[in-house]
Design a binder for this molecule. Sequence first.
Ligand SMILES: [Fe+2]
Length: 313
Amino acid sequence: MTTETLVTIRKESDDASFADIDPQDVALALHTAGSVAIRGFQASLDDFVSISDAVCADWHDYRGGGFRFGSLDRATVDTESSILTATGSTQTFPVPLHGEMYYFQERPQVLWFYCQVPPAGGGGETTVCDGAQLLAALPQEVRDYLGANDLVYHRRLEGSDWRQAFMTEDLDEIDRICQANNTTMTYDPESDVLTTQYRTSAIVVGSDGTERLLSSLLPVWFGEQIADAGTAGDVLHEESGRTPPIVIRTPEGERVPEQIVYTVYSVGEALEQRVDWQPGEILAVNNTTTAHGRTESQDPDRLIYVRMGQFAT
Ligand SMILES: [Fe+2]
């Protein structure tokens, strides 16, 4: 069993070219290690598209994504609708370790990041952490808690938010999407608010029986804390006054205890590997095995693109 989470493919000599990278090596590293950084080649956006197209297909348009809200919306890069800017790309706050879209049943298997403009002044690194190592490193009582208590993701989407999140106004279609994702949905015509619930475990069992901790627990839980503290406007640089669009409760309606969340946070922080960015560098993350996040950055102008897809084979 490998303990390596991140494989780096580095340009070793002047005559090495991006075109020489074998996509099968990238795919293999995604399956064995969980994440792959391609560094030093000063890859173009076209290179990024071609290497990701060689490994993945079925590009995700982020329909159903939880964070298409106001300034947090992922702007779509106009040349290619599957290329998005990283969540909150104009924001500087850190994002703790999480699996992408684990609040929804249908989610991308692979995340591809491409650095156009690196963050100035340090920080803004992308973090990766193997979900099996994270689970194994937790104290037994935390593993017991997460094994015994499913998470219920409650989303509350106001009128413009649900139309944006699901990219449609058709409630029947949204109902079909929710049913296909084991998600219950309620719509209140009076307030034009859509609410959904999705229940799942934070411990995900792979096809080979490997147990991993992969969930959206940390960013959702801390997001609610920030909203409670009334600091969301400061952090997001907007006057929203909104209730959090997504929260996590136990099936009994309780919040996940603070000590559970803080333990997962600190154990993850000790295990995670950090990828700092240079222009034209690429990082691919296997979203079925490996959590990711981002450290705080002082630079709101950094530009990281994201593509999310399924393994082609
Ligand atoms: Fe993410």
